[in-house]
Design a protein around this ligand. Structure first.
Ligand SMILES: Cc1ncc(COP(=O)(O)O)c(C=O)c1O
Length: 381
């Protein structure tokens, strides 16, 4: 068995697949599987056969999900149609009406919209906590609090809270812990090893890595993941075989991409820190990532332009770095959180978390770092 992260990224063929010796996994582009007779249908329900209908399960979905679970060192994984689908299934698997979720106040805008707007309709409460200000959950817990939710590196301010501490703290109160590990990836940190019950990914980002797939993966304890699998299937949030195949293919270069992108991000952050048109750079501090495996700080850099009025000019001046409101592809891209990812927040909420009009979120790619720096420099006047 392959043991090391880099080896596991390229050797994860799902054992259920009959590859007919195909080197690459075939795409099981089928909505349904056929059976020679009713005995075999019974056999499926008894657990003897693996697949019946793609909304309930498909070899490509399973390959992607199990590959991510293996990299996360989590017990089990399940794929979903998007990161939001995976978050929705994970949360609904463990929280019921009348219960309460305690989440970091710095979370992706879409996640906030789900936890705050949609789950409120189901009678699920949300409370937010600033993990950089408090040290304990003593004052934040109520008897109905069930789930603790945070991002390993936050979107878009790239804060790295002390996750090992917060997981222990949540466990002290018997809460279930769910970590969004999209920005850090298991290459940098594996929250399940720190005790997290559920670890979720927008596989649309670094797992896929090429801005050509929308997918999500939920990993974690078997009991919760299996419940989430039922939810994904019943709510119709299953991942298509082709998207799953693309996601699995992306994983093969995850370690190489992360290595290069993190290195480039360090060079870009260093450049931005001394640029006169930049008032502030958001990039994880070295002391904050001590619990990350490679002490790398991720491949995202956010910054504020000194003159907020000029932020529109900055985006227009870019020549080959594109304004694309996603992240984590091999190409460097920029996004504007106020108008895109964090649009669901009110202005007051945005400002209270530091998401200002002049904030630019940069997803650093695999290009030559000198070219990325030159491109930013000519746009930052
Ligand atoms: C941290 C984080 N989590 C979850 C999501 C949602 O993922 P998806 O767009 O694949 O649904 C995103 C999307 O940007 C994200 O940045």
């Amino acid at each position: 068995m392959a043991e090391r992260f880099e080896t596991k990224t390229v050797h994860f063929h799902h054992s259920h697949l009959e590859h007919e010796k195909a080197k690459a996994t075939p795409i099981y582009q089928t909505s349904v599987f056929s059976f020679p007779g009713l005995e075999e249908v019974e056999d499926f329900y008894a657990g003897g056969r693996n697949y019946l209908y793609t909304r309930n399960g498909n070899p490509n979905q399973v390959e992607l999900a199990e590959a991510v679970a293996s990299l996360e060192q989590a017990e089990r994984g399940v794929a979903a149609a998007s990161g939001m689908g995976a978050i929705m299934a994970g949360v609904l698997a463990v929280v019921k009406p009348g219960e309460r979720i305690l989440a970091s106040h710095e979370i992706y805008g879409g996640t906030y919209a789900l936890l705050h707007n949609e789950l409120a309709r189901l009678g699920i409460e949300l409370a937010l906590i600033d993990l950089t200000k408090s040290k304990s959950l003593d004052d934040a817990i109520t008897p109905n609090t069930r789930l603790f939710y945070m991002e390993s590196i936050t979107n878009p301010l790239l804060t790295v809270a002390d996750m090992p501490h917060w997981i222990k703290e949540a466990m002290r109160f018997g809460l279930i812990t769910m970590i969004d590990n999209t920005f850090a990836t298991p290459y940098l940190v594996q929250p399940a090893r720190l005790g997290a019950d559920l670890v979720v990914h927008s596989a649309t980002k670094y797992i896929g890595g090429h801005s050509d797939v929308t997918a999500g993966v939920l990993t974690g304890k078997v009991e919760y993941v299996e419940r989430a699998r039922e939810i994904i299937s019943t709510y119709g949030a299953s991942l298509s075989p082709f998207e799953a195949w693309l996601g699995a293919r992306g994983i093969k270069t995850l370690a190489l991409r992360m290595e290069r992108q993190c290195e480039n991000a360090a060079a870009v952050a260093h450049f931005l820190e001394s640029h006169p048109s930049v008032s502030r750079v958001f990039y994880p501090r070295e002391e904050d990532v001590q619990f990350f495996h490679r002490h790398k700080r991720g491949a995202m850099v956010s910054f504020c332009v000194s003159d907020e009025e000029k932020v529109y000019d900055f985006y227009r001046r870019l020549r080959w770095i594109t304004l694309s409101p996603s992240l984590a592809g091999v190409e460097t891209t920029v996004s504007h959180p106020v108008t895109t990812s964090h649009r669901a927040l009110t202005e007051e909420q945005r400002l209270s978390t530091g998401i200002t009009q002049g904030l630019v979120r940069l997803s650093v790619g695999i290009e030559a770092s000198e070219d990325i720096i030159n491109e930013l420099n000519q746009a930052l006047v």
